[in-house]
Design a binder for this molecule. Structure first.
Ligand code: MN
Length: 730
């Protein structure tokens, strides 16, 4: 790569680029790195130039490419970031500083399970998505030039690449970086397998390439006839994906089956489908191997038509068809986003940006609905967390603002209890130090150190806080028990004598258990510690007071009662004309009760149905088929028969309300079949009771009684619906 080429490439995809920017940045980097060499003996500036070239390859915005040129000057030379800002502007400076900050942290791992946290820490430290892209370009060029390093160093860098950088490239949709990072890491980590795959691919390559070349020629001829301009190319599969497929499906190389692939890039979506038609006309499609990712994009935004056909040599050949725009997104991912932004078509790509960022976060929630695009670029995805290392390079993530004590308790409770001090990045710090991402933390312990009340102010993680509290509580438990007992007795003495005499002190242990405390002593200790007010305990010792419950809790007991309770009579005895003792079905729509004026409807096949005379359903039926509607009267009901009905009651939501209501209903001898509550409104509960009554008169009496209760705002009978018809009647 030379600077003039770089400048030309960028100008092609970004015509508005300042013609001075990249040559200026190159000259600046060249001056700063003068005299520095890379390990292979080349001049140092060649490295940032290659990194900038990679960024241009994925069509990054000009500030990113310039920052690629300058990415090592702050770290490796004595250049002041302000000088970068003076010459190239604030954005370039921010990007260079972001890259520098990320370089200072070491990301080491030997365990894949740590990689997840390391990736998160990496993201937490990047201020801007573009910083990550520049790091990816930097890493890719470093991977290309690993050779001069010692073998164990090469391995460590390759592992980091495979576990941290390649997955990030994947999540950002930058396929162009991802596959090469993977292949280079694979080559370093599994040289045997890499050589084997490359040998076997090489063995049949000439044949395969000839087949693909001929396929290209045939298809191209067809497309020319219908004037579709398309770019066709054989698509090499990358080695690591072949290896992964062999591992995943435990198949050997000979059975991979799809080493041949053809890619067709066209101008428009309709052309994609036309090309698909020609492909299927030319070659026999393999059934079930067609995927339409154009209509249904993959979660990372990837779009293409995929099909598999029988190639000219009888082997399967994969064909991918997409538009140029889809191709760009597939290869460049988030890097290309800035270019689309420039093109003034933001909304669709903002959505895509959201998808990429969501994938970075590896969570489905937590992104704001409304935002400015530029705010999205700032990566505050992990602003609530801080990531630090143990001396063994294990990553510990803690809430933002955490310090040595949080860390110590995370390691082990006893390390926390005896934490005497901490070293961060090799330097002693005080216990009120607040961590920054990437800090390496070492805790010193002492047998004489122990938690104090002050620690509670320094600790931010709730787990550590409760451990300190428990420790403090245990330490002073004896004192607290005494204080608690005194406070309790004092409160009892303050009670009016008649209330005091009613207290049942024998149930103190029960009250303790109800409050999740072991025994009386624990109860007093909790009072002494200020966790429980003596008055709370006294209230629970007063025998007539129910344990406080909300209406919603109380109603739970009734929830499934209706199903369990034997159904009240669905049929009733009626007289029609001079026929006595007819058993007829009470219709569900109007739920007639003995005492209501009624009419009968002769159903088709289900006998006679009783409706209230004013039932809307019945009136409708009567208009359509008057011959089926009959005058009815209630017959004599058996004394034991009851009928289900509903009451809706609106009341102030207070503790004990439901108990009061149910007591009143029981007094009248009416059975409650179920109860439900709607307490959505503040302080007001709507309670629905299903009761079994003998007749309308009894229901009316019940409504009248409930209406007179204190706190009850309104009571009315409502149409009864059985549970299968839904809880809320219309
Ligand atoms: Mn570098």
């Amino acid at each position: 790569m030379v600077i003039s080429t770089l400048n030309r490439i960028v100008r092609e995809y970004w015509p508005a680029v300042d013609p001075e920017l990249l040559p200026g940045a190159y000259a600046f980097a060249d001056r700063a790195h003068r005299g520095q060499m890379r390990l292979d003996g080349s001049s140092y500036v060649q490295h940032p130039l290659e990194v900038a070239g990679l960024l241009a390859e994925v069509e990054s915005d000009p500030p990113s490419v310039a920052a690629g040129l300058l990415h090592d000057v702050v770290e490796d030379t004595d250049i002041d970031p302000a000088a970068i800002e003076a010459e190239f502007g604030g954005t370039v400076r921010t990007l260079v500083e972001g890259v520098t900050k990320l370089s200072l942290a070491s990301f080491r791992t030997r365990q894949e399970e740590q990689a997840h946290n390391l990736r998160k820490m990496f993201l937490a430290m990047a201020d801007d998505v573009r910083v990550i892209l520049i790091k990816l370009g930097d890493r890719l060029h470093n991977m290309r030039t690993l050779a001069p390093l010692a073998p164990d160093r090469r391995r460590a860098i390759a592992e980091e690449t495979l576990y941290i950088y390649a997955p990030l490239a994947h999540r950002l949709g930058v396929r162009r970086f991802k596959w090469e990072l993977e292949d280079l890491a694979f080559k370093t980590l599994e040289p045997e397998s890499f050589r084997e795959i490359s040998r076997r691919i090489g063995a049949g390559r000439a044949d395969r390439e000839a087949v693909v070349a001929q396929a290209i020629e045939e298809l191209q001829a067809q497309l020319r006839e219908v004037r579709i301009s398309a770019t066709l190319e054989g698509r090499p599969k990358h080695f690591y994906s072949i290896y992964q497929k062999m591992q995943r499906q435990s198949i050997d190389f000979d059975h991979l089956g799809d080493l041949m692939a053809l890619r067709v890039v066209v101008d428009s979506v309709p052309e994609c489908y036309s090309v698909l038609g020609f492909v299927h006309k030319l070659w026999i499609p393999i059934t079930d191997q067609f995927s339409d990712y154009v209509a249904k994009p993959k979660p990372n935004g990837y779009q293409s038509l995929h099909t598999k056909v029988v190639g000219l040599n009888g082997q399967p050949m994969e064909v991918q068809i997409r538009t140029r725009e889809m191709h760009r997104v597939a290869e460049h991912g988030i890097a290309a986003h800035w270019r689309y932004k420039e093109g003034g078509r933001p909304s669709q790509f903002d959505e895509q940006m959201m998808v990429w960022l969501r994938q970075l976060r590896e969570l489905e929630d937590h992104l704001p609905d409304e935002h400015e695009w530029l705010e999205l670029v700032r990566l505050d995805l992990f602003k609530d967390e801080v990531f630090v290392f143990t001396p063994n390079w294990d990553v510990i993530n803690l809430p933002a603002g955490a310090g040595p004590l949080d860390f110590a308790y995370r390691i082990h409770t006893n390390v926390g209890h005896h934490c005497a001090g901490a070293k961060v990045n090799g330097r002693l710090v005080s216990l009120d130090y607040k961590f920054r991402n990437g800090d390496i933390v070492e805790i010193t312990t002492s047998p004489h150190a122990h938690p104090t009340v002050d620690w509670l102010k320094l600790i931010v993680s709730s787990g550590a806080k409760s451990k300190v509290r428990r420790y403090l509580r245990d330490q002073v438990r004896g004192e607290h028990i005494e204080e608690g007992r005194e406070a309790f007795e004092k409160a009892v003495r303050r009670l009016p004598p008649e209330e005091r005499s009613r207290l049942d002190l024998g149930t103190l242990a029960e009250v303790a258990r109800a409050l999740n405390l072991r025994d009386e002593e624990a109860l007093f200790a909790a009072i002494g510690f200020g966790e429980i007010e003596p008055e709370t305990v006294i209230a629970r010792l007063q025998p007539e007071q129910e344990a406080p419950k909300s209406v919603a809790e109380e109603i739970e007991a009734f929830r499934d009662l209706e199903e369990a309770h034997p159904a009240a009579a669905a049929r009733a005895s009626v007289t029609m004309g001079d026929i006595d003792g007819l058993a007829a079905r009470r219709s569900k729509c109007c739920n007639p009760l003995p005492g209501d004026p009624i009419k009968g409807y002769i159903t088709r096949g289900q006998g006679l149905a009783i409706h209230r005379a004013d039932c809307k359903n019945l009136l409708h039926r009567a208009a359509l088929e008057p011959e089926r509607v009959q005058d009815l009267n209630w017959g004599r009901q058996r004394p034991s028969d009851t009928y289900r009905a509903s009451i809706e009651l609106v009341a102030l939501d207070r503790v004990g309300l439901l108990a009061h209501i149910t007591a009143v209903i029981s007094e009248t001898g009416v059975n409650i079949a179920s109860a439900s509550v709607d307490a959505e409104k503040r302080n007001v509960a709507t309670i629905r009771l299903v009761v079994d009554v003998e007749n309308r008169a009894e229901l009316n009496r019940l409504v009248e009684r409930l209406r007179n209760l204190i706190d009850v705002i309104d009571v009315r009978p409502v149409p009864y619906k059985s549970p299968s018809q839904g809880r809320r009647p219309s």
